[in-house]
Write a protein that binds this ligand. Structure first.
Ligand code: NAP
Length: 274
């Protein structure tokens, strides 16, 4: 009998090695994603932290700490560590890291997926003052002395030094190592997630008249917004910085869904585009 199917095509060896995933961390989403990937043999993940906070909560997978050294440094890391996919799960205000990730992934030919939680939007009873950046937030406080809660992290505090007439309540993850650049300041050291009842008690105790926050989105830090609404306190809401276009999903669950499809579609030549 004639074989009219031609010579047999050698079948490709199955892709048995797990997909190396770099998770750019610093958010609750990054930690949750790491936990899920740790339990899945299809993935071999590593989390990267900037190292801004003193007490790192170790994720369920290996982690590294510190900057990569700009775009070129990240390209080198992606190649050296044989990364097959980057998930940008940084905080929505970590614009430099996210911008570098877009450029480095393009240069290294590595697919990139970002988890970007939806921004907060005002609801009934909210008194929000929408501002484009921190400088505008300082202006929004006005000339008259006010009692202001700053829930913005440590790095943005120097901007408020040019408005020393206000009394500030500042919430930080770590105790400050040096004096803050604000003459009238009280510091609360606490790490989220926060509860609306305790945030309300904190704002009431300080006699807070205005709240300044970044539009981080998510549930870990929205308690202060509920508390401000209940106390009829104005909120200066700093808009998110812009980041170059990239594939984005809003939740860890959707990221896992994309990753599973991606891992299933792997070929020896590379990964299908996200
Ligand atoms: P950024 O301004 O976007 O980044 C500045 C530089 O820090 C980057 O160019 C990079 O250095 C390094 N870096 C940032 N994130 C990194 C990461 N995950 N792994 C390794 N290096 C990283 O960032 P940022 O706003 O200072 O935030 C720093 C970290 O804190 C981020 O991981 C972010 O998720 C987290 N965080 C930020 C905020 C916020 O409001 N900005 C709030 C909560 C948590 P090289 O150029 O040397 O690579």
């Amino acid at each position: 009998m004639m074989d009219n199917h031609g010579p047999a095509v050698p079948s490709l060896p199955p892709m048995t090695s797990p997909l190396r995933v770099l998770i750019l961390g610093g958010s609750t989403e990054a930690t949750r994603l790491a936990g899920a990937l740790a339990a899945d043999a299809a993935f071999d993940a590593v989390v990267s932290f900037a190292g801004r906070t003193e007490a790192i909560r170790p994720p369920a997978v290996p982690y590294r700490v510190g900057g990569f050294g700009g775009i070129d440094g990240l390209v080198k890391y992606l190649r050296d560590a044989r990364i097959g996919l980057v998930v940008d799960a940084t905080h929505p205000f970590a614009a430099q890291m996210s911008t570098h990730a877009v450029a480095a992934c393009r240069l290294a030919g590595v697919p990139l997926l970002a988890i970007e939680r939806p921004a907060w939007t005002p609801g009934p009873g909210d008194r929000w003052i929408d501002v484009p950046d921190m400088e505008a937030a300082v202006d929004a406080l006005g000339e008259a002395r006010r009692r202001v809660f700053l829930g913005i992290g440590r790095l943005n505090l120097p901007v408020f030094a040019r408005a020393p007439q206000h009394a500030y309540l500042v919430r930080l993850v770590d105790p400050p190592k040096e004096a803050l650049p604000l003459p009238d300041v009280e510091v609360v050291v606490a790490r989220g997630p926060f509860e609306a009842a305790s945030d309300r008690a904190m704002l009431e105790r300080f006699g807070t008249e205005m709240v300044v926050t970044k539009n981080s989105g998510g549930v870990a830090a929205d308690a202060k917004l509920t508390a401000a609404r209940e106390l009829d306190i104005a909120v200066v809401m700093v808009r998110r910085p812009s980041i170059p276009a990239r594939p984005v999903v809003p939740t860890v669950e959707e990221a896992l869904d994309r990753l599973a499809k991606l891992a299933a579609g792997r070929t020896p030549d590379g990964l299908r585009a996200l």
